[in-house]
Design a protein around this ligand. Structure first.
Ligand code: UD1
Length: 420
């Protein structure tokens, strides 16, 4: 089994370049299926979720090549309507193929989807919206089947929760629907704007993405496009958390500082010095122990992101007092609290919250990642420990980080990949 061996207690220093966002590239790769011409995407890190998406695209008949951070996608000559079972089971983002296949194949069959076990993660809002646009949905054994024999039509739809995925699904459904669709209560995450930017460059007519009200006028067809995905704000948050936990400083290049405001607000409260050096560069520095936080809470963008909650928790393990951090998005966000305790830190999970008793030192130990961001949080916690740690469960980390160990060793961390 592979694990990361981390010898903690070294302050970090140096610079890192932040790669393209996983949460942008996954819906955009799926949205390419709406296009009638080739699509090229740039700034794509080598993530296992990206390869799962390539497997889905090839499985439904598209040509797909990945080389040097770039994906070239070629339309299928014969489109298959079923998402391959193994790929669906490996990644929850396989739901992004529902709307594109429904348009292009008039039918989609989606086997049970996998992904991080952060909670129940229903897709009822996606389905409600699609049904309102004319889809007929049923399940057969483990297969979700949607059909739209007469095509999809525009509608008004109010999301009862600003789900990122549902907003993206419904935008994809609306771009080729007959007539106009207006979504209210939509999610405002930057990755939604990026998807809209991609679709508009293919010929779609979307306005308002990035705000709670998005309107889309359906068009007859979409061409292809060349598109560069936005920087990954959660990878940037991971580096910020690593510096907050271990101390030291770092320069983050190729970021969108405005996407990181919610994250920076929280880490500044912990005592970090964060400065914007230019349009795409941030510098972060942490001297001494982080300040404890009586209560940190997550929420939809632009609030502090749920994905960064375990990372902030890791930084608070050495804080100067007790902290509480609560996630209101996913019920199982803090599975990593048990791992923090295995590293010798004092943390426990209480429902949707993690309670942390900051200590000046903890020894390190062995812990297993149970989900993507929780795994990254364990890595941050191990960097701040006094001794050696082993972090396993790397399959989760590989879903969202390409070469995290190289990034961190570039900052002077003693981290390497081992196998036993
Ligand atoms: C996306 C991100 C994920 C991030 C999350 C919240 C991607 C690929 N993943 O996930 O990293 O943590 O946004 O910022 O972009 N919900 C329903 N019904 C639905 C859909 C969602 O009840 O139909 C609930 C979910 O169970 C969850 C909450 O809404 O409690 C938020 O989910 P959502 O915003 O949809 O997250 P994802 O799109 O899955």
């Amino acid at each position: 089994m592979e694990y990361l061996r981390i010898r903690g207690g070294r302050a970090l220093q140096g610079s890192v370049t932040i790669p393209g966002a996983k949460n942008s590239l996954l819906p955009i790769m799926a949205a390419s299926v709406l296009c009638e011409k080739p699509v090229t995407l740039y700034n794509l890190p080598d993530l296992s979720d990206l390869h799962t998406s390539l497997d889905i695209l090839r499985g439904i008949g598209w040509g797909a090549e990945y080389i040097d951070g770039r994906v070239d996608l070629f339309p299928a000559s014969r489109l298959r309507a079923r998402v391959p079972k193994r790929a669906a089971g490996a990644m929850r983002s396989s739901v992004f193929y529902l709307a594109p296949l429904l348009h292009r194949a008039k039918r989609v069959e989606l086997p049970a989807t996998g992904g991080c076990r952060l909670g129940a993660r229903p897709i009822d809002i996606h389905l409600e919206g699609l049904v309102k646009m004319g889809a007929i949905a049923r399940t057969e054994n483990d297969l979700l089947i949607l059909e739209a024999p007469g095509g999809l039509h525009g509608t008004r739809f109010a999301l009862r929760y600003p789900s990122v995925g549902a907003t993206e699904t419904l935008m994809m459904a609306a771009v080729l629907a007959k007539g106009r669709t207006c979504l209210s209560g939509a999610a405002c995450e930057p990755e939604i704007e990026d998807l809209a930017r991609f679709l508009n460059s293919c010929g779609a007519r979307i306005t308002g993405a990035g705000s709670p009200r998005i309107c889309i006028t359906g068009v007859e067809r979409l061409e292809g496009a060349r598109h560069t995905v936005i920087p990954d704000r959660i990878v940037a948050a991971t580096i910020i958390a690593a510096v907050a936990a271990a101390g030291g400083s770092a320069v983050l290049r190729e970021v969108c500082p405005e996407h990181l405001e919610g994250v920076c607000t929280v880490f500044r409260r912990m005592g970090m010095k964060i400065a914007r050096l230019d349009l795409t560069t941030l510098s972060v520095r942490m001297d001494g122990r982080p300040r404890a936080q009586a209560k940190l809470e997550t929420g939809p963008y632009p609030a502090f992101p749920t994905d960064a909650a375990p990372l902030a928790a890791a930084a608070l393990l050495k804080a100067d007092g007790r902290s509480l951090i609560c996630d209101h998005v996913f019920e199982n966000r803090f599975a990593c609290a048990g791992g923090f305790a295995q590293l010798g830190a004092r943390a426990s999970r209480q429902g949707r919250c993690a309670r942390i008793w900051g200590v000046p030192h903890y020894p390190g130990g062995q812990a297993l990642a149970q989900d993507l961001r929780g795994g990254a949080a364990l890595v941050c916690a191990a960097l701040a420990a006094d001794g050696e740690s082993r972090i396993g469960g790397l399959c989760y980390l590989r879903r969202g980080y390409a070469g995290l160990e190289e990034m961190l060793s570039g900052l002077g961390a003693d981290i390497c990949l081992r196998e036993e």
